[in-house]
Design a protein around this ligand. Structure first.
Ligand code: PLP
Length: 496
C-alpha cells in the first residue's frame, strides 16, 4: 500500500502501539496546516468535500483512512511532506483543540489548567508541542525531568520491567529494589541509609512527619514562612501560604508553628514556647519564596539548636535534590552544599528521572523507632519506580550532573547579572546551582516576560511574585544556557 506509514498513523495497531487510538479528521487537518503552512487551506476544503458526513472528532475508521490516503496520492503531496505528517500524527492523533477542551471539561479545577503549550515530545532540554513548535525547557516540570523530557534508557528499562513484574507492594522483598539499593548508597548523605518509598513528594513529607513524631514522641512541628511542602493533608498543614490551607480548615492547626526563615532567634523562641521537637525546611526555599537559599550560618545554628533540644530536622529536598543545587561536584543534595546532614530527608521529583518515585531517607536511629504496622504503601517503591530510580541515578553520575550544574550556574549567573545591569527593573539574581531566580520588579512584568519568552521559544518556570524562577534540566549545555540568555534579552528588549 502506498503511504502505509500514514495509514498506521491514522489507524492504530494495538500490537505495536497499544497506547494510541485512531486519529481524528480534525487532527489530520491540523497536521496538514503544520506541514503545508498556507497551502493547507485548499487541501482541507477539498478533503472535507471528500469526507462529508465524518464528524471532525470521531475516531477514523479504516475506510476513512483509505480515503485520506487516496486524497493525498491524487493531490500529489510529496513523500517528504507525507513523512512529516506521519511524524506529527504519531506524536498526537488528537487535535490540540480537542485535547484542551477535554481537559477543560473533565479536570477538577484545583489548579489552573496550563494550555499555552501542549507538549508531545522531549529531546534533552527541548520540548515540542502538538503544533510542532520547539521550546527550550527552563522549568523541568518543576524540577522533575532534570535529565530531559524523554529518556530512552529509562523507557527501555521500564518496558523490560513491565513485561516481567509490573507491581509489588512496599513491604515485600523484590529484586528491582535490591538492584537499586546496591547502587544508590554512595549518593545519599552520610548516615542516611534507611528508605521508606512513596509515590509523591507530599506523601513522602507526610510520612517523614509521622516518622519524626514517632521518634521524638512529640507532635509539634516548626515549619518556615514561605516554605512549601506539598498538598496532602499533612504536607499542606506545614506549608506556609494560608491560601493552600484555609479552604480545608488547616490554617489553624495547633501542632504547626511557623518561624522566620534565616532567623535563628525565631526558631529558638518557638522551641521554648511550644513542645516542638521537629523542624521541617527546604534548605533552598523554592515555590513560595522564589528560590531563596538559606544562609550558611543559619543552617549551622539551626542544626545545633534543634539537636541540643533533642529534636530532629526534616530536610525537604523534593525540588532541590539530585544535583540541582550543587555548589561543587558531588553535592547531590542542597544539604551537601552546606555540609549538613539532616535526620530525615525527603526526596522526589527527579529521583526517577521523571517517573514518579519518592522516599523518606533517614538514619538507623530514627528508623528503629518505627514498628511493623505503623504505616504501609501499595505502590511505594514498586519495581517500575525502582527501575526508573536505578537508571536515573546511574545516568546522573555518568553525565556528571553535579559538575555540569556548577559550571552552568556560573555561566547563567554571570549572564543574568550582566542583563541586570542593562535593565534597571531587573535585580536580585539569586539561588543555588540551577535553582535560580531574579526579580523583575512586579508580577505583571514577570507574566509579560514569560509570554515573550514563549514567543522566543522558551518555556519558563512559574513565578513567585516579582521573581521569575528558572529550573532548567541539570543536563543543560553551555550552548543552551547561552541561547536562554540571548532569548531572555530579546524578551526583555521587547518589554521596554
Ligand atoms: C519542596 C517541595 N516539597 C514537596 C513537594 C510536593 O511534591 P509532589 O507535587 O510530588 O507531591 C514539592 C512540589 O513542588 C516541593 O517543591
Amino acid at each position: 500500500m502506498r503511504f502505509a506509514k500514514l495509514y498506521d498513523a491514522l489507524i492504530y495497531d494495538p500490537k505495536l502501539h497499544p497506547e494510541r487510538t485512531h486519529a481524528t479528521l480534525e487532527r489530520f487537518e491540523e497536521v496538514l496546516g503544520i506541514v503545508l503552512g498556507g497551502a493547507a487551506g485548499s487541501h482541507i476544503e477539498k478533503l472535507r468535500e471528500t469526507m462529508q458526513g465524518i464528524a471532525p472528532r470521531a475516531l477514523l475508521k479504516p475506510t476513512h483512512a483509505e480515503q485520506i490516503l487516496a486524497y493525498v496520492d491524487e493531490a500529489g503531496i510529496p513523500t517528504d511532506q507525507v513523512d512529516a505528517m506521519v511524524t506529527h500524527l504519531m506524536y498526537s492523533e488528537i487535535s490540540t483543540a480537542e485535547a484542551i477542551e477535554m481537559h477543560e471539561k473533565y479536570k477538577i479545577p484545583v489548579s489552573r489548567l496550563e494550555k499555552d503549550i501542549v507538549p508531545v515530545r522531549g529531546e534533552g532540554c527541548w520540548i515540542m508541542d502538538t503544533r510542532g513548535h520547539w521550546f527550550l525547557d527552563m522549568d523541568s516540570n518543576y524540577s522533575a525531568t532534570n535529565l530531559g523530557m524523554a529518556n530512552a534508557e529509562i523507557g527501555r528499562g521500564l518496558y523490560n520491567q513491565a513485561e516481567t513484574l509490573i507491581s509489588m507492594k512496599e513491604d515485600r522483598v523484590q529484586i528491582a529494589r535490591t538492584r537499586f539499593l546496591k547502587e544508590i548508597d554512595e549518593m545519599m548523605p552520610q548516615g542516611l541509609d534507611r528508605f521508606y518509598w512513596q509515590n509523591s513528594g507530599g506523601e513522602a513529607v507526610d510520612k517523614a512527619i509521622k516518622l519524626a513524631k514517632v521518634h521524638t514522641q512529640s507532635r509539634d512541628v516548626i515549619a518556615f514562612k514561605q516554605g512549601f511542602h506539598g498538598r496532602t493533608h499533612g504536607a499542606v498543614s506545614v506549608t506556609w501560604n494560608e491560601k493552600y490551607r484555609k479552604p480545608f480548615g488547616l490554617h489553624d492547626e495547633d501542632w504547626v508553628h511557623f518561624a522566620e526563615f534565616n532567623d535563628l532567634d525565631s526558631v529558638a523562641q518557638l522551641m521554648k514556647e511550644t513542645d516542638a521537637k521537629i523542624v521541617i525546611l527546604e534548605v533552598v526555599q523554592g515555590e513560595e519564596a522564589g528560590n531563596r537559599p538559606a544562609d550558611p550560618d543559619f543552617i549551622k545554628g539551626l542544626w545545633e539548636t534543634v539537636h541540643q533540644n533533642g529534636g530532629v530536622i526534616i530536610d525537604d529536598e523534593v525540588q532541590a535534590g539530585f544535583g540541582r543545587t550543587a555548589r561543587k561536584k558531588g553535592d547531590w543534595f542542597a544539604c551537601d552544599a552546606y555540609g549538613a546532614v539532616p535526620d530525615l530527608m525527603v526526596i522526589g521529583k527527579s529521583f526517577g528521572g521523571g517517573y514518579p518515585v519518592t522516599a523518606v531517607v533517614t538514619t538507623d536511629a530514627v528508623s528503629q523507632s518505627a514498628e511493623p504496622g505503623y504505616d504501609g504503601s501499595t505502590f511505594g517503591g514498586n519495581p517500575m519506580a525502582m527501575t526508573a530510580a536505578l537508571i536515573a541515578a546511574r545516568q546522573m553520575r555518568r553525565l556528571d550532573v553535579t559538575g555540569n550544574v556548577v559550571t552552568r550556574a556560573e555561566q547563567l549567573r554571570a549572564g543574568l547579572n550582566t542583563l541586570a545591569q542593562k535593565y534597571p527593573f531587573m535585580e536580585d539574581v539569586r539561588g543555588l546551582g540551577l535553582m535560580l531566580a531574579f526579580s523583575l520588579g512586579s508580577a505583571d512584568r514577570v507574566a509579560q516576560t514569560q509570554d515573550l519568552l514563549r514567543e522566543h521559544g522558551v518555556k519558563s518556570s512559574l513565578s513567585t511574585g516579582p521573581y521569575l524562577r528558572i529550573l532548567p534540566p541539570t543536563v543543560l549545555s553551555k550552548g543552551e544556557a547561552a541561547q536562554f540568555l540571548t532569548r531572555l534579552e530579546a524578551a526583555l528588549d521587547a518589554l521596554t
